[in-house]
Ligand binder design. Structure first.
Ligand SMILES: *[C@@H]1O[C@H](CO)[C@@H](O)[C@H](O)[C@H]1NC(C)=O
Ligand SMILES: *[C@@H]1O[C@H](CO)[C@@H](O)[C@H](O)[C@H]1NC(C)=O
Ligand SMILES: *[C@@H]1O[C@H](CO)[C@@H](O)[C@H](O)[C@H]1NC(C)=O
Length: 166
């Protein structure tokens, strides 16, 4: 018991650090269409405007009615034509689909059930990771934006290792 209390004394002060690491590392998770989900009659251009910017590592979660809709990732030309015949990926199982924005680029999603023509289509740009805090000056910075994230990951790993001592 004594030893465990001593460990607590070591670990407790580190908890805020742990929290900070989580806050820095965690990606955002967006429910496409918010409470309206992935359904006909929602303007996803407006939804995208409301929630942008999106960043690499963020997740899009599509909630749809099983058998009534699907999520088809296409290229720009197919997006403009609502053409699901040559998809990059497609998903229609269950009632939800979580998609991770893995790359810095623009993504296009449509529904192949005909609702795309009414606006059930989403175009979204994944921006590079944001810097952890606003730059203090206009000094040009050559540091890649991945550095803060990996630093936080290291902090996280250390904190996790410390917590195992408990
Ligand atoms: C989705 O993928 C499956 C399997 O690859 C294919 O059979 C189906 O036609 C595709 N659906 C659409 C809408 O692209
Ligand atoms: C994103 O990357 C992860 C890890 O490499 C991979 O498991 C996942 O399938 C990727 N997601 C997409 C949508 O490509
Ligand atoms: C969605 O809203 C935008 C502007 O907010 C408008 O330009 C566009 O036509 C709308 N799309 C549909 C399908 O109504």
């Amino acid at each position: 018991m004594e030893a465990s209390r001593r460990r607590m004394a070591v670990v407790m002060p580190l908890l805020p650090l742990l929290f900070l690491a989580f806050a820095t590392v965690s990606a955002d998770r967006f429910t496409v269409g918010d409470s309206k989900g992935w359904n006909p009659g929602v303007n996803y251009t407006e939804w995208e405007k409301k929630h942008s910017p999106f960043h690499v590592g963020d997740w899009l979660v599509f909630y749809y009615q099983s058998g009534m809709a699907d999520v088809v990732q296409v290229d720009e030309a197919a997006y403009n034509k609502c053409d699901a015949s040559n998809p990059i990926s497609n998903y229609s199982k269950g009632r939800s689909y979580a998609f991770e924005l893995n790359h810095t680029k623009r993504y296009y999603f449509i529904c192949s059930y005909g609702y795309c023509f009414g606006g059930m289509k989403l175009s979204i740009k994944a921006e590079p990771l944001p810097p952890p805090s606003p730059p203090p000056s206009h000094k040009p910075s050559a540091a890649p934006s991945l550095v803060p994230r990996s630093a936080a990951a290291v902090t996280l790993a250390i904190s996790a290792a410390l917590l195992q001592l408990l």
